[in-house]
Design a binder for this molecule. Structure first.
Ligand code: NAP
Length: 304
């Protein structure tokens, strides 16, 4: 009774539909078969009533016994039933409905494009916009893609391409979390290091086509390519700075934020964390001490 729950096998929607359809077909055919048997017995019974018991012996229609007409009427009903099961349902099943729907949609689309062409001709738009429609890019959230940052109460993360504070526990945490992983960063953040950090794969985003980097550092020219370059890492990190956090936020599913409990002037900022998108799952506070000039909290956010 308290043993392990057995895993329930999942059936996809299409399979379920197929099973339901075949069950319905079996039921329909069974009913048709019962109808046939009842029809045979019924016909014999009508003949028996007329010829053996003598019910309505004198009743003739166009010179024929009444039971002949009764059996013919029933036969007609049976043939109708047969037609329904084997013809109507077969041709008017799901596939038939889908085909009809596709035809209908195609016709509607044709009508709409004709109407659109007429409207465009009558009321041309005065614009220089390209004629091809803009295809909205749908951002794909990457599982385990984490933004890691330290931000002040007013979201400042840096000034003059440098960090503003030195918090040794925060640096240790950064090192522990990011070691042996891909770290994606903007060109300015990369330059703020002086040299690459040990034991991490650096992916640097820049618009400069001939940007020179030490061996082992990967250079890309947009966010999508950066994420692609990190695709074999199960836990890549976005490590800044402000421009890159802003662009990467829609792709991330986790934020490891060190919130420094002070306000600072700066020129780079962490984007606002929308509480309708992100939920706080962990919060560990750290007081000021001889190694830490400011109090801070390690806060983990997960995408809702
Ligand atoms: N507190 C923290 O946790 C933390 C972490 C990291 C950094 N920081 C601080 O943040 C500051 C740097 O941030 P930032 O916003 O100024 O710069 P950044 O994000 O590090 O880098 C910006 C650069 O990235 C490139 N770039 C940005 N978007 C691009 C795109 N879509 N396609 C191609 N290239 C793109 C451009 O390089 P090109 O100009 O070469 O084209 C751009 O100038 C520094 O003060 C740093 O110390 C703080």
């Amino acid at each position: 009774m308290f043993g392990k729950k057995r895993p329930v096998e999942k059936i996809d929607k299409e399979q379920l539909e197929l099973i339901e359809t075949s069950q319905r077909r079996i039921k329909q055919k069974k009913r048709l078969y019962y109808h046939f048997v009842i029809f045979l017995i019924g016909a014999l019974f009508l003949i028996f009533l007329n010829t053996v018991i003598g019910l309505g012996e004198q009743t003739k229609i166009w010179g024929l016994d009444w039971f002949v007409f009764a059996i013919l009427a029933w036969l007609f009903l049976f043939v109708f039933h047969l037609f329904n099961v084997f013809i109507t349902h077969k041709f008017m099943g799901k596939a038939w409905e889908d085909a009809q729907l596709t035809k209908l949609v195609a016709k509607q689309k044709e009508r709409i494009s004709k109407l659109q062409a007429e409207v465009d001709k009558k009321y041309p738009l005065e614009t220089n916009a390209p004629t091809t429609p803009v295809i909205e890019k749908k951002t794909k959230v990457h599982k385990n893609l984490t933004l890691i940052a330290a931000a002040a109460e007013n979201d400042t993360i840096g000034k003059d391409n440098q960090l503003i504070w030195h918090l040794s526990d925060d640096l240790k945490r950064f090192k522990n979390l990011t070691s042996n992983h891909c770290i994606i960063m903007g060109r300015k953040t990369f330059e703020s290091f002086g040299k690459p950090l040990p034991n991490r794969t650096h992916i640097v985003i820049t618009r400069q086509q001939n940007y020179q980097v030490p061996t082992g550092v990967i250079v890309v020219h947009n966010m999508e390519d950066a994420l692609d370059a990190a695709k074999n890492d199960l836990q890549p990190f976005i490590i800044g700075g402000g421009e890159i956090y802003q662009q990467a936020m829609p792709y991330a599913d986790k934020i490891e934020l060190t919130r420094v409990h002070e306000r600072f002037d700066g020129d780079a900022f962490f984007p606002k964390i929308d509480p309708s998108v992100w939920t706080e799952t962990e919060n560990i506070s750290h007081q000021k001490d001889e190694h830490h000039k400011y109090s801070f909290s390690f806060i983990t956010y997960q995408r809702r």
